[in-house]
Write a protein that binds this ligand. Structure first.
Ligand SMILES: [Zn+2]
Length: 278
């Protein structure tokens, strides 16, 4: 059997007496093409409130995807300023942001408005640890776009406590992963912690508990891996908002862009996990 465009026309032949559809009428609706995707509940997406923690490369892509998908309320949190070396993978930053030392969350919220003027974007210029717990509670979805384990665990525990789904993304060179946490039924980030994660966390903090910046060679980072990981994060979020959490990744999705491989790894719920014991 032949497939493709010709095959489709054979299945749905054009009736010579049927008046032609007014394409321009459909084109007036920004989300008309999204409404055609059967599993997406676009009304639920429009009403959703999303918190994006981290306004680096992943945060840029996640906010872009949310904004274009129709989410109308997005809060972005980050304490850092844009620098020139961000510009190879951050779609919403410009050179003038780096030259002016603009806060990353503020720059994203400004530029994402250009993608969809109806979206209410809020920039929180600070650490996620300083965000009041109530700000987690009021969300429908929380996206982790962070570069350190401690901030991830903070976001994970607050999301879990308030029963708000948390979708964590991470990249390293051409590899990446996404973990979907839907409390209280699924394991959380803490459940998936291993010795390497704890070592990384210890390295970032001094013996006094103060955040210490160590000089390390900068990690390879490029836009293609970031785009893939952020796309999966937002797609999983759209499933949750659309009542299709049953189709979400269980529990961690791994991606290796160099080997062209991806895989899904289930995580056991850790009975010793401090998040669950609360
Ligand atoms: Zn846990």
């Amino acid at each position: 059997m032949r497939t493709g465009v010709i095959g489709l026309f054979n299945l749905f032949p054009v009736c010579p007496t049927m008046p032609s559809l007014r394409a321009d009428y459909l084109d007036l609706d920004r989300l008309e093409r999204s409404r055609r995707v059967g599993w997406i509940d676009i009304d639920a997406v429009i009403k959703a409130r999303c918190l994006v923690i981290g306004a680096g490369a992943l945060g840029n892509e996640v906010v872009k995807n949310l904004t274009l998908s129709g989410v109308n309320r997005v809060t972005i949190v980050d304490m850092d300023a844009v620098v020139i070396s961000n510009l190879n993978r951050c779609v919403l930053f410009r050179a003038e942001d780096a030259l002016g030392g603009r806060n990353k969350a503020e720059a994203i919220s400004h530029r994402a408005k250009e993608l969809n003027e109806t979206v209410a974007l809020e920039a929180v210029m600070g650490r996620v640890q300083d965000l009041p717990s109530e700000r987690f509670k009021e969300q429908d979805l929380i996206f982790g776009c962070l570069d350190n384990v401690a901030a991830r665990l903070h976001a994970n525990s607050h999301s879990y406590f308030h029963r708000v789904p948390y979708i964590d993304g991470a990249t390293m060179g051409t590899s990446g992963k996404v973990q979907v946490v839907i409390p209280p039924s699924t394991p959380c980030l803490q459940c998936a912690m291993n010795r390497t994660h704890y070592k990384l966390m210890e390295k970032r903090f001094s013996c006094t508990g103060a955040d210490v910046t160590f000089f390390e060679p900068k990690m390879a980072a490029e836009i293609t891996t970031t785009s893939v990981v952020a796309a999966v994060q937002v797609r999983e979020g759209l499933k949750i908002l659309s009542g299709r959490a049953d189709k979400c990744v269980k529990n961690v999705w791994y991606y290796d862009g160099l080997a062209n491989r991806s895989d899904v790894l289930e995580v056991d719920l850790d009975p010793e996990c401090v998040v669950h014991s609360r």
